[in-house]
Design a protein around this ligand. Structure first.
Ligand SMILES: [Zn+2]
Length: 344
């Protein structure tokens, strides 16, 4: 299927929810192909087959979008690890890998821009950041991206620069902010106000991604939904953040000496059912661009997709405990085992 034959992002959002699986850094790190710390997606050059397979697994689980793994594949990150010369190659390869999987199944191909970590409100920084967004956006356009995501911004102004660059390509723009412990942007705006400004500047979808889990993201998504008239995005991390520890960096574990972020968050992981609950609640609010960020596994994506009425290919294997030897209810099972179930 060619990209011209399939409905685009905005048409799909008019029809209903769109699922976008994210969290490639964490999943590749867990699989042993990416180093936590600098978090640079060198895996697209060193082990492209791992990225291809992960894209396929996420689509199989219900993702409508194949997001090119260029998150943190920008000039500043590559400079830090001394590999700036690989910048273009890495971006083009990431887009090519994503394109291949999107073409296999009619999913949308998304280019990806992210926080640069060097933004500060002075003209030189604004120019540098804009140049970084321009080069990555150009490569995404060359690869035939259906739309471009600009994500995980703490500064609304940095998000606005990314949006401006995307708008010049004519492609739809999805712009999401990351909210830290204080639920304001680093330039001091409430998420609702920041998203209102980003919508006014021409974004097609605005919202939040990363940093906060379902419980501590949802109230802010609700405020954004009330503040804007465009489509809204919500892509939490699958961790049990709560009012006292609202971000995955702030989570503390009495069993672990140190900061669990980013490599010891396992005990806080949400079950698939919590993601289903989040998806249903967000959709009820009118939020249609839904996904899961850092920490997401395919089982989270499948649950989210099913919660909003979808039946992805992976639903063929959705749990059915009725035939479990001990816990099942099927009449063909050995009744002694069923009676023994409470002793398990
Ligand atoms: Zn994330």
């Amino acid at each position: 299927m060619t990209s011209s034959a399939k409905p685009g992002l905005l048409e799909r959002l008019e029809q209903g929810p769109v699922i976008c699986a994210e969290g490639y850094l964490f999943e590749c790190e867990r699989r042993g192909y990416l180093q936590a710390g600098a978090f640079v997606p060198e895996v697209v050059l060193e082990h492209p087959e791992v990225v291809t397979e992960l894209h396929r697994e996420f689509v199989h689980a219900g993702s409508d979008v194949v997001e090119a793994f260029t998150y943190y594949g920008h000039r500043e990150k590559l400079r830090i690890i001394g590999k700036e010369h690989l910048l273009e190659q890495l971006n083009r390869r990431a887009l090519e890998i994503a394109r291949e999987v999107a073409d296999e199944n009619g999913a949308l191909l998304a280019g990806d821009l992210s926080n640069t970590n060097i933004f500060s409100a002075d003209d030189e920084s604004r120019r540098t950041v804009r140049r970084m967004f321009e080069e990555q956006t150009r490569w995404a356009v060359d690869a035939g991206a259906d739309f471009v995501i600009a994500e995980t911004f703490s500064h609304a102004e940095e998000a606005l620069i990314a949006l401006d660059v995307i708008k010049q390509t004519g492609l739809p723009a999805v712009v999401t902010l990351a909210l830290h412990r204080e639920p304001v942007t680093r330039d001091g705006l409430s998420p609702a106000e920041a998203c209102r400004r980003i919508e006014a500047a021409g974004a097609d979808v605005v919202g939040l991604n990363c940093i906060r889990g379902p419980r501590t993201m949802l109230p802010h998504v609700e405020a954004i939904r009330e503040a804007v008239s465009c489509q809204v995005a919500a892509l939490p991390v699958p961790y049990r953040t709560h009012d006292a520890q609202p971000t995955f960096q702030s989570l503390r574990d009495p069993e672990f000496d140190g900061q669990p972020f980013p490599t010891a968050l396992d005990p806080f992981t949400c079950s698939r059912y919590e993601l289903a609950e989040f998806g249903a609640a967000a959709l009820e609010l009118g939020v249609r661009y839904l996904g899961v960020c850092c920490g997401a596994g395919p089982h989270h994506i499948r649950s989210l997709a099913e919660a909003v009425g979808r039946t992805p290919p992976a639903s063929r294997y959705t749990a059915d405990m009725s035939k479990h030897a001990y816990l099942g209810t099927d009449s063909s099972l050995l009744s002694e085992n069923q009676e023994f179930a409470e002793k398990l």
